[in-house]
Write a protein that binds this ligand. Sequence first.
Ligand SMILES: CC(C)(COP(=O)(O)OP(=O)(O)OC[C@H]1O[C@@H](n2cnc3c(N)ncnc32)[C@H](O)[C@@H]1OP(=O)(O)O)[C@@H](O)C(=O)NCCC(=O)NCCS
Length: 322
Amino acid sequence: MANSSLRSEPVVEVRALVESDLAAATRVMQRAFGTFLGAPDPDRFMTDRNYVRSRWRADPSAALTAVVDGKVVGSNLVTAWGSVGFFGPLTVAPEWWNRGVASRLLEPTLALFTAWKTAHTGLYTFPHSPRHVGLYQKFGFSPRFLTAVMSRPVDGHDDAKAPDLAASVGSSEGSGVLEQCRTLTHAIHDGLDLEREIRAVATQQLGETVLVWDGDRLAAFAVCHLGADTEAGAGGCYVKFGAARPGPGVSDRFDRLLDACVGLARTRGLSRVDAGISLAREEAYRAMRRAGFRTEIQGVCMHRPNEPAYHRPGVYAIDDWR
Ligand SMILES: CC(C)(COP(=O)(O)OP(=O)(O)OC[C@H]1O[C@@H](n2cnc3c(N)ncnc32)[C@H](O)[C@@H]1OP(=O)(O)O)[C@@H](O)C(=O)NCCC(=O)NCCS
């Protein structure tokens, strides 16, 4: 006799995300965020931004999907910046919410961090959502400071100059720059390394890496996504990561970096610079306010272990781990 309690639950398979999953995973991501944030048409939410494809291309072995009957119902993209790792966007199709899919995706996510020996891990999420904060607490992450995702309009009044840009990372000049960027980030936090992002913007033509020099010594750099079909979105220059060399004069170097990012946006005809910063980096946050940035949205970064890493006063770095 038919009995609904004997009907088998659909099997959720979690596996590596492959190229043929990208379109479906992107649609799930748009619909998940669009639904959560109450967009009028969740299927058309964030369609000018690309997170899944570019992060998958940067490291296909660090992209995960959840599949039911061959259909993508969720995904998560994992990133390693040397000794620091974070993940996202983690998204699940709304009809699958609260059925353990995100938790299933988080198990192999943490296994990747273990395999990579990532010393400090984290994520960016919605501080007002008990579900989000509770989900990540279950996996050992602790909420810390707010992260402000800021924006500064760029218009005809800006006279910021076109900045110096990193040459191809495959060239000898490019590899010298990579080394200088690594030296700079290591001085901020042991093992922090942005090579993955610098390579991704160059090889996938997502944007540029802006360089600010003190003679032949790197003073600051910023990895920027530019325009539609990148993490910036139409009209935007998004600073995915930026940092000034620590030590005396760091605030001046940071101001020059912000100016260089505005110069890049202006010379590429973009209308704004978007950049996120942990409010724990209080001096750098204030410098951004002085430079005309205003907060558009606020998230919270959750850390595992519950330590500041480079989210602390005195660090002049831009990133938001979205
Ligand atoms: C956030 C999202 C990924 C969660 O996916 P999901 O598959 O529904 O999550 P799960 O069912 O695995 O986990 C739910 C967990 O949330 C936690 N949770 C839910 N409500 C909670 C509450 N009120 N208080 C505390 N914890 C809560 C619990 O830990 C629960 O796990 P448990 O049932 O084992 O205790 C999904 O809702 C989504 O895609 N949202 C839109 C996009 C998004 O916001 N992504 C995350 C960006 S950081």
